[in-house]
Design a protein around this ligand. Sequence first.
Ligand code: SAM
Length: 252
Amino acid sequence: MGFFYKTKETTFKTKGDFLSFARSLNFNYLGSKNKLKRFKENETFANVIQPSREQIVSSNFELKGRWASHFGNAHPIVLELGCGKGEYTVALAKRYPEKNFIGIDIKGARFWRGAKSAIAEDLHNVAFLRTQIELIDLLFGKHEVAEIWITFPDPQIKYKRTKHRLTNKAFLEKYAAILEPNGLVNLKTDSEFMHGYTLGLLQGLNLEIVYSNHDIYKNHGSPKEVIEIQTFYENQYLKEDKPITYIQFKVR
Ligand SMILES: C[S@@+](CC[C@H](N)C(=O)[O-])C[C@H]1O[C@@H](n2cnc3c(N)ncnc32)[C@H](O)[C@@H]1O
């Protein structure tokens, strides 16, 4: 009898044992069959856009600077970076039908959830873009974006991972390139490290911090959508009683 899965500490004899363990860690396990099914469905969804890396880096992404043609209107464009299941993208789209929302994530099996909900709810102001956030300045034209949401990003605490942190200086410069002059960035995180790092960096770069709150559910005053919309990851952190922080800032 072989084992199904082995970690450094434990050998799981059955798939059931592994799944129970994974669930106890709030681990979001999704079988490969399910993933394939979602990838296939994503290909049929009109609200899912999946350009190849080659297409993007060779400047052949046809929607750059022309997102209005995709939505059929010139309404302001709002991005959710690392959108996961796309809770913010879908919830904000329902609240603000006069704006267009694009959830961006490299994991198509995750945003499948948001794409499917948007179709079921007949939301025409929603799109999901499967790509790396690092390529964002090749996907949107200058000043094409009105606002950015970054929801529960991996804080990338290790020094070596700084380049992957979504509020590092290089990312802020990319956001500045695509945002309208007064465009806003919203960062919602459970990570004290990410919150402090971002505040410090913004101050050092003399960028405007429009609003900051280090515990949004205790200290009142955050915008309604910050309090009223919860993501998948946020719900895990709330179960652990972790304070949730929020910063709204400008990048120029
Ligand atoms: C910690 S999860 C948060 C998901 C969601 N925002 C939430 O709050 O539930 C981070 C997400 O960002 C995505 N992500 C991280 N780095 C990325 C990158 N460089 N490009 C595209 N997606 C990325 C991951 O695939 C993942 O879905």
